[in-house]
Design a binder for this molecule. Structure first.
Ligand code: HEC
Length: 298
């Protein structure tokens, strides 16, 4: 009888342990094969690791905790893994880059927040927790990205932005074909992507349709950011501005009377309420003093 009870206890314990730890091992993302083998063009060393640590603390630690301390945010499901553990370290550099760029489930995408270089810096920091890790560098030469010239023009007829990528090679100017280009509109809080990423053609050109309903500033000016990525030339960015938004005349945050503004521009009801409070207080004080005087006199 006692024996049986124990068995049930063990089964229940194992089941519970499984249920509790199962989310730890569930991985519901997979990087495409061509991303898996991608390698960093940055050589990982103490400097890149410490730059990566700062970026990790600012962007990742809130969920993943400090590597090696197993203090990730346990209220999420699946629980963000401690990235120093073997399970995560078994991922290739390309897989790590893939998930940071694209996200999965509750893991946010950092595509519009971190450049590829910054992502590699973070990965450099994470690899510092893996004694067995030996870096394989990509053959890509970052100096090549300096040769790239991006031009952006707005074509009114087709309401689209035409991007051309060329490289000033020693041998002459070459069009960069097959590069992935993305277009973003710059906003106060991050950038938002216009349409999908497209590939450049044989002329190094790509066309991205631009919506007609994006609010710009007073004159309709919009700041756009173009990102290009190509395996040999790496990632190149360029910002530009065009008068292609809807002119929007939003008053500045400190123009109107508002509760967050300076005293002279506080809402009238706040000033009224404050003054009334002050007057009542002073009147009460005067009343008390008068009565005190009466008491003394008597
Ligand atoms: C909002 C919380 C959150 C933030 C912020 C976050 N992550 Fe994650 N991350 C997760 C979750 C949840 C998972 C598990 C995803 C899954 O498997 O479904 C995950 C998974 C991962 C994985 C895969 C690990 C594995 O073993 O499968 C890596 C690598 C990773 N995150 C890196 C990062 C990096 C680097 C940053 C900062 C640039 C970051 N994460 C920011 C929540 C977050």
């Amino acid at each position: 009888m006692i024996q049986k009870k124990n068995n049930i206890g063990i089964i229940a314990f194992v089941l519970l342990a499984f249920l509790v730890t199962a989310p730890l091992y569930a991985r519901n993302w997979k990087s495409p094969d061509d991303q898996k083998d991608k390698k960093s063009y940055l050589k990982f060393d103490a400097t890149t690791a410490s730059q990566g640590e700062a970026l990790y603390n600012a962007n990742c630690a809130s969920c993943h905790g400090t590597p090696g301390k197993n203090n990730s945010l346990k209220s999420l499901n699946p629980i963000p893994p401690d990235l120093s553990t073997k399970a995560s370290q078994q991922l290739t550099d390309g897989e790590l880059l893939y998930i940071v760029t694209n996200g999965a489930g509750l893991m946010p995408s950092f595509k519009n927040i971190l450049s590829e270089e910054k992502e590699w810096l973070i990965i450099s920091y994470l690899r510092g927790f893996n004694k067995e890790y030996v870096q394989q560098l990509s053959k890509f030469d970052p100096a090549k990205s300096k040769l790239v010239k991006l031009t952006t023009t707005f074509d009114k007829a087709s309401q689209s932005i035409i991007i051309q990528a060329i490289a000033n090679e020693k041998t002459g100017v070459v069009a960069i074909a097959g590069a992935e280009v993305s277009l973003f509109v710059k906003r106060y809080f991050g950038n938002f992507q216009v349409d999908k990423s497209v590939k450049t053609d044989a002329m190094g050109k790509a066309t991205i349709a631009f919506p007609t309903d994006i609010p710009g500033d007073k004159t309709g000016k919009l700041n756009v950011l173009v990102k290009m990525f190509e395996a040999n030339y790496g990632e190149v960015q360029k910002t530009d501005s065009f008068d292609i938004g809807i002119p929007t005349d939003k008053p500045a945050l400190n123009e109107k009377r508002a509760i967050w503004n300076v005293v002279s521009k506080a809402p009238l009801w706040v000033i009224g309420l404050y003054s009334m409070g002050l007057i009542s207080f002073l009147m009460l004080l005067a009343y008390l003093l008068l009565n005190l005087r009466k008491i003394f006199k008597s």
